[in-house]
Write a protein that binds this ligand. Structure first.
Ligand code: XUL
Ligand code: CO
Length: 438
């Protein structure tokens, strides 16, 4: 049964189109730097936002109807969400989905019953995947909504809750493997604290690492070849979250010997909450060989929380794609961890938001490729460090210089000349020139 009745397949109509339900920039087969747009941009639908979130906020109930013709909280509704999701992905041309365990079925009190429901819905999802060619980007376990996780999952003070979390991870990994997912995500929603007065940080972090290690061992034992991801976020819901940002998460992974199996899933809005730009956390991940996947959304600089907006800021998507291209692409993809605003409650808004997000990243890709082909930024950065292209500079870079040697050079030079100008304003004008000309 068709759910989105008045909406057909979203076509590419080009930049001059005024059709709200057409792509202006996302032309999936257009080749950029030797690869199709659709290969540069493996987009994914977030099950929870697109099929679940209905506009509820702290001050008001749902504005959108996401029942899809079924009674919410039933297995009939779970199936209706599968129908809606696959119809949506096919119409909008998104090839992947991401899910939490409890996005798929209503959770029962007993995990054995929840798991039975998950198996039932998984059969239906696999059927739809085979029918449509839609694939799974990543799976995860929701270990933050249920009250039992009030003190975290890996970081909880309750050994029973810790075991329950392990059981959820085990099942979510089973599902991810069954769906052929590229990755498995740990977002440490409540892995943090409200006050140090009641918290043993070392104990909690060691337990999180142990849980991750068990997840890796279990996943690999069943043939999961994908990446595990940490999705950093500094706060919200907790006052402090341990996976604060990419640098912190990478340090944690190295400390506990998890760095071979894990990469980062960087979310734009989370990076902003950590006081960074999106591209900062992408760069830190990439230079450590750990840029895995992206939660493609946008925050609001005037607000201090995770607004999960659909991306429209083309400066930001351009700088994102600049980092992604330079890193050689993602092993994961671009998951729209984003929701329509509360007053955008219609089915048409659901489609419109994906048109916006996909077009914003397509434009970002086109412009980032132009920045790279233009070469002025790369040339400037190379030139900026060129003073190290001397014998002593090479010794410093290879780690064979001594402090005494360097001091001898300083003794001979008098006052060093000022380093060259950073030319930030010039570089910003290059970016503008490329963004605003064809
Ligand atoms: C929350 C968030 C999550 C993760 C998956 O801020 O981003 O939806 O992406 O648990
Ligand atoms: Co996210």
């Amino acid at each position: 049964m068709e759910i989105f009745k008045n909406i057909g397949k979203i076509p590419y109509e080009g930049p001059a189109s005024r059709n709200p339900l057409a792509f202006k920039f996302y032309d999936r087969d257009r080749v950029i730097l030797g690869k199709k747009m659709s290969e540069h941009l493996p987009f994914a639908m977030a099950w929870w936002h697109n099929l679940g979130a209905a506009g509820t906020d702290m001050f008001g109930r749902d504005t959108a109807d996401k029942s899809f013709g079924a009674c919410r909280g039933t297995m009939e509704h779970a199936r209706a969400k599968v129908d809606a999701g696959f119809e949506f992905m096919q119409k909008v041309g998104v090839e992947y989905f991401c899910f939490h365990d409890v996005d798929l079925v209503p959770e029962a009190d007993d995990i054995k019953e929840t798991n039975r429901r998950l198996d039932e819905i998984a059969d239906y999802i696999v059927e739809k995947m085979n029918e449509t060619g839609v694939r799974c980007l990543w799976g995860t376990a929701n270990m933050f909504s249920n009250p039992r996780f009030m003190n975290g999952a890996g970081s909880t003070n309750s050994v029973d809750v810790y075991c329950f979390a392990a059981a959820q991870i085990k099942k979510a990994l089973d599902l991810t493997v069954r769906f052929g997912g590229r990755g498995y995500v740990f977002w440490g929603g409540r892995e943090g604290y409200e006050t140090l007065l009641n918290t043993d940080v070392k104990f909690e972090q060691e337990n999180i690492a142990a849980l991750m290690k068990m997840a890796v061992e279990y996943g690999r034992s069943m043939g999961f070849k994908g990446d595990f991801y940490i999705e950093p976020k500094p706060k919200e819901p907790m006052k402090h979250q341990y996976d604060f940002d990419a640098a912190t998460a990478i340090g944690f992974l190295r400390q506990y010997g998890l760095d071979k199996d894990f990469k980062m899933n960087i979310e734009a809005n989370h990076a902003m909450l950590a006081g960074h730009t999106f591209e900062h956390d992408l760069r830190i991940s990439a230079m450590n060989g750990m840029l895995g996947s992206i939660d493609a959304n946008q925050g609001d600089y005037l607000l201090g929380w995770d607004t999960d907006e659909f991306p429209f800021d083309v400066y930001s998507t351009t700088m994102c794609m600049y980092e992604v291209i330079k890193a050689g692409g993602l092993t994961g993809g671009f998951n729209f961890d984003a929701k329509c605003r509360r007053p955008s409650y219609t089915y048409e808004d659901m489609f419109q938001s994906y048109v916006l997000g996909m077009d914003s990243f397509a434009l970002g890709l086109i412009k980032a490729a132009k920045l790279i082909e233009d070469g002025r930024i790369d040339a400037f950065v190379k030139e900026r460090y060129s003073s190290f292209e001397c014998e002593l500079g090479r010794k410093i870079r290879s780690g064979s210089a001594t402090l005494t040697e360097l001091a001898e050079r300083a003794d001979k030079m008098g006052a060093p000349a000022l380093p060259g100008s950073g030319r930030q304003e010039y570089l910003e004008s290059v970016v503008n020139q490329i963004l605003f000309t064809e």
